[in-house]
Each structure stands twice: as structure tokens, then as C-alpha cells.
Write a protein that binds this ligand. Structure first.
Ligand code: NAD
Ligand code: UD1
Length: 337
């Protein structure tokens, strides 16, 4: 297939583009590089031994999208582009609704006009808010995401469902990611956050390498076995492979389906720190701090829908996620710079 991958230079996008190239697909990446660098795609091409076409630009640029669809016979779009920092979304809601919501709207309008009706969309477990019951299944209520970021993802999900209801030619896969971590086993591509990391694994690994002094564990008084929050960590390569399965599924039938992509297992912050220390052979300095606003005690996935319908499940262990994170961090202490 010939695929347009929006946001393909980013963390999850670059790992997915690699798997797509290795599976023999042709790839056009559209990315405005607001949170990524072209170096990720240089390395993707080096690992794959195949090339892709890169177009620098914004998904909100309708003229550019029309040109892309006119120049290339695109079979499907894998849509990663968007902003993803929860805290920033509270401070800059307009940026988040513009990029995530209006950006997807523009993309879908251009797709409809070009008669490209296959789309895989990156949603998030954040749409479950604070789930009444864990594990969260696709049937769990999604009425209360806790941030503008989460609400922008939920709005896009609703937009896509409405779109498919209005025109049965659409075939849409909505993927709700849990907590993507890890890196490609080559150590050549990985997560490269700009500035101070918000998420656990990038922070932890920068403490281990000596770039940051000490990790703050946000809260040790949660109703969990060791008092720290529990999450479903999923290896980014497993996640990338989930996109290939979703593409296969939506290419063979029409509709709009939602799938959780998670490992189906929860680990606490302290369990993650301990697994990371084992994998890296380093001691990670940490202190307990107050709870972070908006955090929930525990969430992990009920992953059986993806197993049944996509034939996909996460294969890589927590030890594997930590070893690959450490390899990437120690081989690239300054990320792609
Ligand atoms: P990322 O920031 O590394 O990648 C996003 C890419 O999109 C970047 O390369 C960025 O430059 C590009 N981009 C952003 N806005 C754009 C725009 N308007 N036009 C063109 N390009 C644009 O993030 P990621 O972690 O790879 O996440 C990919 C997708 O998955 C996002 O939609 C994110 O919300 C979603 N998601 C991520 C996580 C996570 O923990 N990483 C969890 C759930 C969902
Ligand atoms: C966060 C977002 C979520 C988003 C996901 C993936 C919030 C409230 N939620 O999820 O919407 O989909 O990232 O991008 O931001 N932790 C520490 N110290 C740190 C960093 C994190 O103790 O310095 C803890 C957190 O309290 C949490 C766990 O580690 O319990 C994982 O945190 P993080 O990686 O930020 O992911 P989430 O909060 O689960």
C-alpha cells in the first residue's frame, strides 16, 4: 500500500514508519517538525535500507494536503500528527484544539475530496478519564477526560464516528494507546522530548544518565499495592505493529472500530524504577513528592478486542521495555541532537 503518515517523524510515528517500510509499504510522511527532527527519519531509512518521501508541512494546510493527494495515489492515512502534552494543553487549549481537532477535520475534508477513505487514528487511554473499573475496555465510559488534550482526542473520535455514519465508504480504526515506552532494539531511534520531560520513562532515563538530578515520584498514598500509580506500559514497537494490523483490518472491511492498544498489565511507578535499575545497572535517585494534578490511581487495558479482531497482542516484557529505553538513552545522551 502507499500510505500517508502524518506526524511520522515523531516518537510513535517513526517506529511505525520503520515497521511499514520493513513490511514493504511505500510511505509519504507529512510533519511540521514542531516536536521532532528529521534525523529520526534518516535513521529509520538507514535501518530499513529503504527510502520514504518526506514533506515538511502542517496538517491544517489544506492546499498542501490537496497537492499531496493529487500527486500520490494514497491508499490509507495513518494519522499521528498532533500535540500531546497534558499540562501544556491546560495552558494553551486553543493550540490543542487547533492542531488535534481542526487539524484532523481539515485532513478528513481533504481525504474525502480525494476519495481516500481509510484512516488509522492515534487516540489515547486518556479518553477513559478516571475509569470506574479497571481494566478499561472499549465499552467503558469515555465521558470525562481530564484535560483539553484528552477532550480533543475524544472530540476527534466522535467526529470520526459521525463521519463514518454519514458515508459508509469510510473505514476507520481508532487506536487508544496506553503508556508507550521503549525504543527500537537498534538503539538508533527512540523518544526525544524537547526540554524537561513530562512522562515517567524519559525523566527516569535522563536521571540515570546524569542529565537530571533526581526523579520525583508523584504520590505514594494512592490506593494501590505500594501506594504509587499503576499504568499499562506498552513497548513502542508492539504499538507500531498494532498499526499494521489495524491497517490490514480496515483495508478488508468498512466501518469505524475502536481498539485498546495496551499490554493488559499494570505496573506501579516503583516497579518501573526497579525494572529500569536492573536493566541499566544504574541506581536511580528518586524522592516522593505530592500527587500530580489530574493523575489517576490506576489504569490498564482490557486488550482482548485487539487480540480477537486484529490478531495483535503486546509481546515485549517490562524488562525489554526498560533495556531498550536504556540502550537508546545511553547511545544518544543528547537525543537526535
Ligand atoms: P510526537 O510529538 O513525538 O509526534 C507527533 C508528531 O506530529 C511530531 O513529529 C510533530 O512534529 C508532528 N506534528 C504536531 N502537530 C502537527 C501539525 N499540526 N502538522 C503536522 N505535524 C504535526 O508524539 P508521539 O508520542 O509520537 O504521539 C503520536 C500521536 O499519538 C499523537 O497524536 C499523540 O497524541 C498520540 N498519543 C501519544 C501517546 C504517548 O504517550 N506518546 C499516548 C497516547 C496517544
Ligand atoms: C500521561 C497523560 C496522558 C497521556 C499519557 C501519554 C497526564 C495526567 N496524563 O499519562 O493523558 O495519554 O501521558 O502521553 O499527564 N510520574 C512520576 N514522576 C514523573 C513523571 C511521572 O511519578 O516525573 C508518574 C505519574 O504520576 C504516573 C506515571 O509516572 O503515575 C506515568 O506518568 P506519565 O508517563 O506522565 O504518563 P500518564 O500520567 O499515565
Amino acid at each position: 500500500m502507499k500510505l500517508l503518515v502524518t506526524g511520522g517523524a515523531g516518537y510513535i510515528g517513526s517506529h511505525t514508519v520503520l515497521e511499514l517500510l520493513q513490511a514493504g509499504h511505500e510511505v509519504v510522511v507529512l510533519d511540521n517538525l514542531c516536536n521532532s527532527s528529521l534525523e529520526s527519519l534518516r535513521r529509520v531509512q538507514a535501518i530499513a535500507g529503504r527510502s520514504l518521501l518526506f514533506v515538511e508541512g502542517d496538517i491544517r494546510n489544506r492546499t498542501l494536503l490537496d497537492q499531496l493527494f493529487a500527486q500520490h495515489q494514497i491508499d490509507a492515512v495513518v494519522h499521528f500528527a498532533g500535540l500531546k502534552a497534558v499540562g501544556e494543553s491546560v495552558r494553551k487549549p486553543l493550540d490543542y484544539y487547533a492542531s488535534n481537532m481542526a487539524g484532523t477535520l481539515t485532513l478528513c475534508q481533504a481525504m474525502a475530496d480525494a476519495e481516500v477513505f481509510r484512516l488509522v487514528f492515534s487516540s489515547s487511554a486518556t479518553v477513559y478519564g478516571d475509569p470506574a473499573r479497571v481494566p478499561a475496555s472499549e465499552e467503558s465510559p469515555v465521558t470525562n477526560p481530564s484535560s483539553p488534550y484528552g477532550r480533543s482526542k475524544l472530540m476527534v473520535e466522535q467526529l470520526l464516528q459521525d463521519l463514518q455514519c454519514s458515508d459508509a465508504r469510510w473505514s476507520i480504526g481508532i487506536l487508544r494507546y496506553f503508556n508507550p515506552v521503549g525504543a527500537h532494539s537498534s538503539g538508533l531511534i527512540g523518544e526525544d522530548p524537547l526540554g524537561l520531560p513530562n512522562n515517567l520513562l524519559p525523566y527516569l532515563s535522563q536521571v540515570a544518565i546524569g542529565k537530571l538530578d533526581c526523579l520525583q515520584v508523584y504520590g505514594n498514598d494512592y490506593p494501590t499495592p505500594d501506594g504509587t500509580c499503576v499504568r499499562d506500559y506498552i513497548h513502542v514497537v508492539d504499538l507500531a505493529l498494532g498499526h499494521l494490523r489495524a491497517l490490514q483490518f480496515i483495508s478488508s472491511r468498512r466501518g469505524c472500530e475502536v481498539w485498546n492498544l495496551g499490554a493488559g498489565k499494570g505496573y506501579s511507578v516503583l516497579q518501573v524504577i526497579s525494572a529500569f535499575e536492573q536493566a541499566s545497572g544504574r541506581t536511580v535517585r528518586y524522592v516522593f513528592g505530592p500527587r500530580r494534578a489530574g493523575d489517576i490511581a490506576a489504569n490498564w487495558a482490557e486488550p482482548s478486542k485487539a487480540a480477537c479482531e486484529l490478531g495483535w497482542k503486546a509481546e515485549r516484557s517490562l524488562a525489554n521495555m526498560m533495556a531498550d529505553t536504556w540502550r537508546w538513552q545511553s547511545m544518544n545522551p543528547q537525543g537526535y541532537r
